[in-house]
Design a protein around this ligand. Structure first.
Ligand SMILES: [Zn+2]
Ligand SMILES: [Zn+2]
Length: 431
């Protein structure tokens, strides 16, 4: 608004500046006198003709020795511009330009309003997602807190019980000692009485000491009590807690019914490596026969699961999840559309996500262990560098039906020593 009113002011001033003080119209053939005032050539000539005396400026009354003036082409040009800008054609085109401008501004406004609505919707989505995540994080921490609270209460309760047993035992011992003292005192007085009357009676019956103080609470019992609770308590609890993690790292095994005949499984089915020759195998629709793949024995359909795979410095592999229904007899591209959610490594340093086309991932950390997490509630499959638990990639369109952990050793390059893939088991599970 400010710029449009200031341009109106400057235009009015310009028009006034270009107006002849004699005819009050825009200059026609403007000329400049020695005093720098301008007039139409025709107006000043007529004015001077009507004068009897010397030539003078009708504006400032300065006198001049002769009736001379200078044509001012600059002012003449400005006058032409102002006249042109006031012409009907110009005004019409200006009007059209303004209308076009108005229309385009209206359109732009509509576009921006649509953008605002969309962003407001996104804002709501972010808030909703944030609230859901908060609930999720809280509930995970609550589970940990709850575990610790229950364990703490149990340890303290057991400790109080143990303490009570010791106290009661010591109490009973004290009671029996007091009883013994009392008995001894009675005996003492009986003996004293007997001693004082020993001259009058030959028959003196000496009292017997009958009290049998119960077993004493030994120093060892107190030491045992102390050493039962002076322990690496946090580690002990952490080990218990590890087993209660939901999800904690699953101890998976390879499924020998699915393994490609060129792959060799270890006896405990936690390690797979390429074999030089094809091994004999039972025909079976579950077996991969085109690509050097294998699945885990454990499949999932609901819930949340996490497992870790040791890849060491192996330069090539594909890891992830495959639907139970994938065609094991065909050679297919690994992508969610074909029932595979995978992370892959080639040439020891090129990581990519199994989309079509591949999504290259800028991973420079060269993880030796890969963590894979599947959440059926939110249909997500995520990959982590299990060395530091940094997220590597996440699919948000994960499986909606039964799926199995998937592994491909890939074929080694000629001359390269095949390296195995390990299913990592944590010894803590068996403790
Ligand atoms: Zn004039
Ligand atoms: Zn003048």
């Amino acid at each position: 608004m400010a710029s449009s009113s200031s341009s109106t002011v400057s235009k009015t001033t310009l028009r006034e500046d270009l107006t002849c003080a004699i005819c009050y119209d825009l200059f026609t053939e403007p000329v400049m006198l020695g005093c720098m005032h301008h007039f139409c050539k025709r107006c000043i000539t007529a004015y001077w003709r009507s004068l009897r005396g010397p030539a003078l400026c009708p504006q400032c009354r300065q006198e001049f020795p002769n009736k001379s003036f200078q044509t001012n082409y600059l002012v003449a040009g400005l006058v032409e511009k102002v006249k042109a800008s006031s012409s009907a054609g110009y005004l019409k085109s200006l009007e059209k330009r303004l209308k076009d401008h108005l229309d385009s501004q209206k359109l732009r406004k509509e576009e921006i309003i649509t953008m605002i609505r969309e962003e407001e919707k996104q804002m709501d989505t972010i808030k909703k997602v944030g609230a859901e995540l908060q609930d999720r994080v809280r509930s995970d921490f609550q589970a940990l807190h709850h575990f610790l609270q229950v364990e703490e209460a149990a340890v303290l309760q057991q400790m109080r019980r143990d303490q009570e047993v010791l106290v009661q035992s010591l109490g009973r011992h004290l009671e029996s000692l007091h009883a013994a003292v009392q008995e001894l005192e009675q005996n003492l007085s009986a003996i004293q009485q007997a001693a004082s009357s020993v001259s009058c009676s030959a028959l003196v019956e000496l009292p017997e000491f009958n009290s049998r103080p119960q077993l004493q609470v030994r120093r060892q019992d107190i030491d045992a009590f102390r050493s039962k609770y002076i322990i690496p308590l946090q580690y002990t609890m952490w080990r218990k807690m590890f087993k209660s993690l939901r999800p904690g790292p699953l101890p998976l095994t390879f499924d020998e019914d699915t393994v490609h005949p060129s792959l060799q499984l270890s006896r405990d089915r936690t390690q797979v490596v390429e074999n030089e020759a094809m091994l004999t195998y039972r025909r079976n629709p579950k077996r991969f026969v085109q690509c050097v793949n294998v699945l885990a024995t454990q499949g999932f359909q609901t819930g949340r699961y996490y497992w870790e795979v040791g890849v060491g410095t192996k330069p090539k592999w594909d890891l992830g999840v495959a639907l139970e229904t994938v065609d094991r007899q065909a050679r297919v591209k690994l992508c969610p559309e074909n029932g595979y959610w995978t992370l892959r490594l080639r040439n020891g340093c090129n990581y990519s996500a199994g989309t079509q086309p591949w999504t290259p991932l800028p991973i420079s950390s060269r993880p030796q262990r890969i963590g894979i997490f599947i959440d059926f509630e939110v249909h997500m499959v995520s990959f982590y560098n299990a060395d530091d638990m940094r997220l590597l990639y996440s699919f948000s369109n994960g499986p909606k039906e039964k799926a199995f952990p998937f592994f491909s050793t890939c074929l080694s390059e000629p001359g390269q020593q095949p390296q195995p893939i390990h299913l990592l088991h944590f010894p803590i599970y068996s403790l």
